[in-house]
Unconditional design. Structure first.
Length: 119
């Protein structure tokens, strides 16, 4: 089974930036042939929510609350999915998860990485 391992979280001041990485244990080119990769987040006491996703061909989808601030991208040579987060706000504080959504149904998740935006 493909493993997804997130990294790059941490503590940052409001207005700052972070780049999250999701390393896949197999070729993301192969993953993208049928499935979707993306980032979700879950804040304390709230449901997990979609942040951004990417499909085959590089098509992207963003939640309204991150449009213009976050960018999802991939490094196919190194099998990494990125989430560049700029202009961070305290309400962006959450655990961020890498996700693979299978076309046939179901999901695979990474272990998550904590992002805390605070002064």
């Amino acid at each position: 089974q493909v493993q997804l391992v997130e990294s790059g979280g941490g503590l940052v001041q409001p207005g700052g930036s972070l780049r999250l990485s999701c390393a896949a244990s197999e070729s993301i080119i192969m993953i993208f042939r049928e499935d979707v990769l993306g980032w979700y987040r879950q804040a304390p006491g709230k449901q997990r929510e979609l942040v951004a996703s990417m499909t085959k061909g590089g098509n992207t989808n963003y939640a309204d609350f991150v449009k213009g601030r976050f960018t999802i991208s991939r490094d196919s040579a190194n099998n990494i999915l990125y989430l560049q987060m700029n202009s961070l706000k305290p309400e962006d504080t959450a655990v961020y998860y890498c996700n693979r959504k299978f076309r046939r149904g179901g999901d695979s998740w990474g272990q998550g990485t904590q992002v805390t935006v605070s002064s």
